[in-house]
Write a protein that binds this ligand. Structure first.
Ligand code: NAD
Length: 484
């Protein structure tokens, strides 16, 4: 792969100080080099985004729409290239990468539809003869931080609606997916006709993430921050944004529970939970991490889930038959192995999997009896690992589900939809699915969490609200009726 530079004002440009940083594959192989941005590059990128804003925001909405629709088509045309890139960079298996292409294209097309939606409302007013308007307007420059784990979807999610409403963007992709969550996407959009400066991409060395991120958030011309990633980093980003009085959308980690009630169809529940836990090797913010099962079916469900997990084709992400690919890198697999070992040391039982990693590979693992002293009890697994916990009443199930500080997504599996809905409404998560597991995403929904899973919503009109500002504007013949 050819070395890449920053994208500033539509042009590939080396970092101001000429530094570069490697793009490392899940195997540890160096794929290429990218530029390592510093504070001077942040200023250059914001200069470009700020300068591009007046023309981009004034462009006919149908022209912005055309760029986004063309980019969606190009993404689909380049699906095979995207799949290869994702497999090489992050270890994502073919099915997961194709899902990223499909949903990424939908994210672009839904954003395209936003361009022709009403840009405000006419309000009622007590002032006679006055037209009172709520005008929705673009904010200016948006700073976007993307994670590595669903790089096409989440890179695009961080920029598509901002571009649609007329904002310009400086994107800081993950160091672990600089190509797939950043440069590849910018290439598509520029080929689709995006004018120079509307989207700028700052790749960085890992050790400079804070330096680059802080400089970006602090630049007074940046108006809104959106961040998708870990709770630890998101908390720091949120504090910085607040210090500068900038709104932020923070989409963070999860410790998602699926509740399996006693009346659930057992085989269907096993299939659902298996998908929720092991899709992308458990490296999804919505991954099912905790399986809460009614005590009467816990033994049978655990045995069936363990058997199914053990049979998942495991191996090379480039092999189309692989269901369970590697983790991001050997360090990620070592971290997951450490969480499992700690759970076992604190009394957990391993039903399948566990043990030592093999490079970046870790086996599908089903545990029960994870006690509160184990790190896995509260920490996001972010690997192919789930903990089965039991309950005896609906109240107990709800209390267990709500005992995590995280609050992203939940599922409730039951034959009784009314009871399922009653439970779902008591769950303290931004997302809840009755009749499904926890991993679901669509661009038109209010996607986001509560508590340690963050705040703000991507998607639909909620995403539009996040990246626009609403102004009250009135128009009247000159008023004359003043009290003094
Ligand atoms: P991460 O927090 O390590 O990185 C996310 C982004 O923040 C990257 O662009 C990274 O370069 C940047 N970053 C890292 N340290 C920084 C710092 N000190 N200052 C500024 N920027 C910094 O997360 P990750 O490992 O890429 O992604 C995995 C995490 O993201 C998991 O916790 C997962 O649950 C979460 N996630 C959440 C959602 C969601 O929508 N809620 C979606 C995907 C992933």
């Amino acid at each position: 792969m050819r070395p890449r530079h920053l994208i500033v004002n539509g042009t590939e440009t080396p970092a101001a100080d000429g530094r570069t940083t490697p793009v490392v594959s899940w195997t540890g192989a160096v794929l290429t080099q990218v530029a390592a941005a510093g504070p001077a590059d942040v200023t250059r990128a914001v200069d470009a985004a700020h300068a591009a804003f007046p023309a981009w925001s004034a462009l006919a909405p149908t022209q912005r729409r055309a760029v986004l629709l063309r980019a969606a088509d190009l993404l689909e045309e380049r699906a095979e290239e995207a799949v290869r890139l994702m497999a090489a960079e992050t270890g994502g298996v073919r099915g997961w990468a194709l899902f990223n292409v499909d949903l990424g294209a939908r994210v672009l097309r839904d954003a395209a539809a936003v361009t022709t939606q009403p840009a405000g409302e006419v309000l009622s007013t007590d002032a006679p003869g006055t037209l009172s308007l709520a005008l929705r307007e673009p904010v200016g420059v948006v700073a976007a931080f993307a994670p590595w784990n669903a790089p096409l979807i989440l890179g695009l999610r961080s920029l598509a609606v901002p571009l649609a409403v007329g904002d310009t963007v400086v994107l800081k992709p993950s160091e672990d997916a600089a190509l797939t969550s950043g440069l590849f996407l910018a290439d598509l959009l520029h080929e689709a006709g995006l004018p120079p400066g509307v989207l700028n991409v700052l790749t960085n060395a890992r050790e400079d993430a804070e330096l680059v991120g802080s400089a970006l958030i602090a630049d007074p011309r940046v108006r809104v921050v959106n961040f998708t990633g870990s709770t630890k980093v998101g908390r720091a980003i949120g504090v910085q944004a607040a210090q500068h009085l900038k709104p932020a959308v923070l989409e963070l980690g999860g410790k998602n529970a699926v509740l399996v009630l006693a009346d659930a169809d057992l085989d269907k529940a096993v299939a659902a939970v298996n998908f929720g836990v092991f899709n992308n090797s458990g490296q999804i913010c919505m991954s099912t991490d905790r399986v809460l099962v009614h005590e009467s079916i816990a033994e049978e469900l655990t045995a069936k889930l363990a058997a199914r997990a053990k049979s998942l084709p495991h191996g090379d992400p480039a092999d189309p038959g692989t269901a369970l690919g590697p983790l991001l890198n050997p360090a990620a697999a070592t971290r997951v192995a450490g969480l499992v070992a700690d759970a076992v040391a604190h009394g957990a039982t391993v039903h399948t999997g566990g043990g030592e990693p093999d490079g970046a590979h870790y086996p599908a693992t089903v545990l029960s009896g994870v006690t509160p002293r184990a790190r896995l009890h509260t920490e996001e697994a972010f690997g192919p690992v789930c903990s089965v916990l039991t309950f005896s009443t609906d109240d107990e199930a709800v209390a267990l589900a709500n005992s995590s500080d995280y609050g992203l997504s939940t599922g409730v599996l039951t034959a009784d939809g009314v009871r399922g809905l009653a439970i779902a409404r008591r769950l303290r998560t931004g997302i809840a699915h009755v009749g499904d597991q926890s991993v679901n995403d669509e661009p038109q929904v209010p996607f986001g969490g509560v508590g340690s899973s963050g705040y703000g919503r991507f998607g639909g009109r909620w995403g539009v609200d996040a990246f626009t500002t609403t102004r009250w504007v009135t128009v009247a013949a000159q008023h004359t009726n003043y009290p003094f």
